[in-house]
Write a protein that binds this ligand. Structure first.
Ligand SMILES: Cc1cc2nc3c(=O)[nH]c(=O)nc-3n(C[C@H](O)[C@H](O)[C@H](O)COP(=O)(O)O)c2cc1C
Length: 461
């Protein structure tokens, strides 16, 4: 097979214990180490040894009410990623931060600082926070509605970008001779006075190695897609089938083009949660073993969060009562709701069947098979316009990741689909993204006009 010119981008999406909701109960997982930074540093080093693009940490500023049954607490991403930055040298560090529950000035300096201390490996997963219970942690009566959250997100990202650009690259002089540390002529207040935000600036942190950390986004609703087309350099998404993934892929790339952007610089990265076995039967049995460890109290709570319907009290082995799912309302705008509805309408599962379908990775693609089969499925999505790479979501840690790194990665490399060594040092290098110039600095030189001897000679008609 001729090596493909494109290479997969692979992130390790870390969830304490693993992505399957019952992972912490599995005999080989290490639930007592999930508050120990060395557990994550070891994982990060293994992902770096497997030349992964990045580590990704999710976050939400509230505690889900079903922590009784699963390791659904949160360590704060910046603190956590700084600990991983210290233990690694090349792997990217992507953290989630909410545009609804942060102030732009604080967020800009947190990511600029992470980019400095990691030598240019920071990425920002831009979310508007879907969990309504966060509002009470910030003195709000109600969680802002979907459309308002995205409207604020647009202005928020514009402000953060201005702050990251407020120091030009040449502002830092450190000239002992002249006694001038910084050229203040190249440090700019941004004077942003917008509909929702007022920020004077400049940022109090010099421009970071990547200029701007990588913009990642994770929302697939209509608002989410148009936001991604405008801002995202990498898009996290959840799809159950290659057909749905191709539809999303084509749509967001078209939208990015319509925004005047190069679609090649918008990486679409669906989630994949692989159960790996020496045989397919062994992999399927492993998945069943995990599903048998689930607790309906937890799973029904998850489903209530996703669908807005409480099915506790219904016969778990009876069909999902489709008529109880509300026809309209804000929840319909959310892509994750649509993913679950799609499973119900396409597969007509029992309630227990649906709970097990979602237990693996909350609506992301869960697949079981041999390393060869997993590599085949990844190859199909990558080579048929469904993905530029994946967020790898091991069902359990650390074994679920080790199996992928030791058995699937070598196959992808042999097929010329994944790097065997890093060729760059920053996350932008790994994703093949340019380093943006500061909007306050001199305009970057126009790209050299390629002389085309054929064109030059042919007189224009
Ligand atoms: C891979 C992935 C990771 C996500 N991580 C987070 C997260 O860390 N925090 C969060 O609040 N939402 C997270 N989300 C949810 C999205 O931010 C968003 O709420 C959800 O995709 C629905 O977006 P939509 O309303 O635009 O469809 C994630 C979604 C995906 C696909």
């Amino acid at each position: 097979m001729t090596p493909s010119p494109r290479l997969l981008n692979l992130n390790l999406f870390i969830y304490p214990g693993g992505h399957h909701e019952a992972a912490w109960r599995y005999r080989d997982s290490e639930p007592h180490r999930v508050l120990d930074i060395t557990y994550y540093q070891e994982l990060a080093r293994r992902a770096e040894a497997a030349t992964f693009d990045a580590i990704f940490l999710a976050d939400g500023p509230s505690l889900p009410d079903n922590v009784r049954y699963a390791s659904r607490f949160r360590l704060e991403p910046f603190t956590w990623l700084s600990g991983l930055a210290a233990a690694t040298r090349r792997i990217g560090l992507i953290g989630t931060a909410s545009t609804t529950y942060f102030e732009p000035y604080n967020l800009a300096r947190l990511f600029a600082s992470l980019d400095h201390l990691s030598g240019g490996r920071a990425g920002w997963n831009i979310v508007t926070t879907g969990a309504p219970q966060a509002a009470q942690n910030f003195g709000l009566e109600a969680h802002p509605v979907h459309a308002d959250r995205y409207a604020r997100a647009r202005e928020f990202v514009d402000v953060v970008t201005k702050l990251w650009d407020s120091w030009e690259d040449e502002a830092l002089l450190i000239d002992r001779e002249s006694g001038v540390f910084a050229d203040t002529g190249r440090i700019h207040p941004i004077h942003h006075d917008g509909e929702r935000l007022r920020v004077r600036g400049p940022l109090n942190t010099p421009r970071s190695p990547q200029g701007r950390p990588v913009y990642v986004q994770a929302g697939s609703s209509q608002d989410g897609r148009s936001f991604a087309a405008r801002y995202a350099e990498a898009i996290f998404t959840a799809h159950q089938t290659v057909r749905n993934a191709r539809e999303f892929y084509t749509d967001v790339k078209e939208r990015a083009k319509a925004e005047g952007r190069d679609p090649g610089q918008v990486k679409v990265l669906p989630g994949i949660s692989p159960f790996i076995g020496a045989t397919e039967a062994e992999a399927l049995r492993l998945r069943e073993e995990f599903d048998e460890l689930t607790q309906p109290e937890y799973s029904l709570g998850q489903l209530r969060g996703l669908l807005g319907v409480d099915l506790s009290g219904h016969d778990l082995d009876g069909p999902v009562p489709r008529e109880l799912i509300p026809a309209g309302g804000e929840r319909h705008e959310s892509s994750r709701f649509q993913v679950v509805l799609d499973i119900i309408d396409r597969e007509r599962p029992t309630i227990r069947g649906l709970l097990h379908r979602l237990a693996g990775a909350r609506g992301h693609w869960v697949t079981a098979g041999t390393p060869e089969q997993i590599a085949d499925r990844i190859t199909e999505w990558f080579t048929t316009g469904a993905a530029d790479g994946f967020n790898v979501m091991p069902p359990y840690l650390t074994g679920g990741f080790d199996l992928f790194a030791e058995h699937v990665v070598p196959i992808l490399r042999r097929r010329g689909l994944f790097r065997s060594e890093y060729t760059g040092t920053t996350l932008r290098d790994h994703y093949g993204l340019p380093r943006p110039a500061s909007q306050y600095g001199p305009p970057p030189p126009a790209p050299a006009r390629i002389q085309d001897p054929i064109l030059e000679r042919t007189p224009t008609p």
